[in-house]
Design a protein around this ligand. Structure first.
Ligand code: 2RA
Length: 417
């Protein structure tokens, strides 16, 4: 009987692999079952399974250090350079003084020939960069690709570039759950870059911001499950999302009719939208399942359970998250605060009892346009069966920077070592 059930599970897993969609924003939503064959992973398609097998045959652990030592810098391409994340990647390369011999900026056919400003750094002088169309030819000979384009473009361009010797750090969701592709948050699993065969994935913004905040506590006390509610900024839908929010707010301020939404399904100004991504059969959205699927891979916790609700809020570019942790071992709020005070990538902002203006907790306006995840409101979870192993916290971080561009550039920096 147990064997029949196991066979049925395997059959279902194989069927899921053949049919599960992987188009932009579509969910890799199934939890990893211990009964699934090793090639199975959430969101697996025939194309991704073949890519996984191909990557497994390529050498592991390539770095860019030798090329930098030889030439003083790298030939780098930003794909999707005109979007909010692509532009921020360019600024991060400048700010963080990333060693460059050349910086290629690639976009759509429509933007080819236009220019983007390069602020300059110690290795490459400031100037205007001319956009080229994102094609395989435009990537020939490149050392490093920073991907800020959609899944279909990632699938089309990056496997070939890797075969030709490039390393890719990609911010799309196309490769995140492919087993031979490390999914990295440098503060948590930097060592996983050594497992790469040429593609490294950058996690989803809401995942990065949540995990940077909880990882120091997880290291100390273990983690069974999390309940997360996100408050996600308009920037998660790119420049269009931010422009739409500004236009709606301006119309409201002037008493004019609010322009119809296009980046979001409904008006965002003065509203909350409890849907990010498409729904699965259980009523969860693709965005919500990312917390569990990506969290398992990054923290190496294959049985982690995450219940999540993602909400779009009328905020410009910082995501906020309310997190309930069910820990393996007891941890008090004051121990948690001490752990977070010195944690990499974190700023502890937890003075709820002080009188204003000294009263402080993380808020989106304070966390925008910088790279730290602010954490506060740390307290015992009164609903936990064992409150000594339950904690509540609130975190907030810039979606475009730490949630996407800065994390991608930090991953690239790991390859310089
Ligand atoms: C969002 N997760 O906030 C997306 C962006 N990666 O919609």
């Amino acid at each position: 009987m147990a064997e029949m059930e196991r066979d049925r599970e395997l059959e279902n897993a194989a069927r899921t692999m053949r049919t599960a969609p992987v188009a932009a924003g579509v969910a890799p939503d199934e939890p990893i079952s211990e009964l699934e064959p090793p090639s199975a992973f959430p969101g697996a398609t025939k194309e991704l399974i073949e890519l996984n097998a191909e990557l497994a045959k390529l050498p592991k652990g390539g770095t860019l250090a030798a090329k930098v030592a030889e030439r003083g810098g790298l030939d780098v391409a930003v794909v999707g350079a005109t979007g909010a994340v692509g532009r921020q990647m360019i600024d991060c390369l400048a700010e963080r003084n990333f060693p460059l011999t050349r910086l290629r900026v690639l976009g759509s056919a429509r933007t080819a020939g236009q220019s983007l400003p390069w602020p300059g750094n110690a290795s490459l002088a400031a100037g205007d960069l001319t956009l080229a169309e994102g094609t395989a030819e435009a990537l020939e000979g490149v050392d490093l690709i920073l991907g800020a384009a959609a899944n279909d473009i990632a699938m089309e361009l990056y496997p070939r570039a890797v075969r030709e010797g490039a390393i890719v750090v990609d911010n799309s969701s196309a490769f995140r759950l492919v087993p031979e592709v490390p999914l990295v948050v440098p503060e948590i699993n930097a060592a996983d870059v050594a497992e790469s065969h040429g593609i490294i994935a950058n996690p989803n913004c809401a995942t990065i911001i949540c995990l940077v905040a909880v990882w120091p506590l997880v290291q100390k006390a273990g983690l069974r499950s999390m309940v997360v509610s996100t408050y996600q900024a308009a920037s998660g839908a790119g420049r269009r999302g931010m422009e739409e929010l500004v236009a709606q707010e301006a119309a409201l301020a002037l008493g004019e009719p609010v322009p119809a939404p296009s980046a979001f399904a409904y008006q965002l100004a003065l509203n909350l939208i409890p849907q990010i991504g498409g729904f699965d059969g259980r009523g969860y959205t693709s965005e919500e399942m990312k917390l569990q699927n990506e969290g398992r891979k990054i923290m190496h916790l294959p049985k982690l359970r995450v219940g999540c609700t993602c909400v779009r809020v009328p905020v410009m570019r910082s995501h906020a998250e309310s997190v309930t942790l069910r820990l393996e071992r007891p941890l008090t709020p004051s121990e948690a605060r001490e752990l977070l005070r010195d944690a990499p990538g974190v700023r502890l902002v937890d003075e709820p009892a002080a009188e204003p203006p000294a009263r402080r907790y993380p808020m989106p306006l304070d966390t925008s346009d910088q790279d730290l995840v602010y954490v506060g409101r740390i307290r015992e979870d009164l609903a936990a069966e064992d409150p000594s192993r339950g904690l509540e916290l609130w975190c907030c971080g810039d979606q475009i920077r730490k949630g996407a561009a800065s994390n991608t550039v930090q991953i690239a920096e790991l390859l310089l070592r």
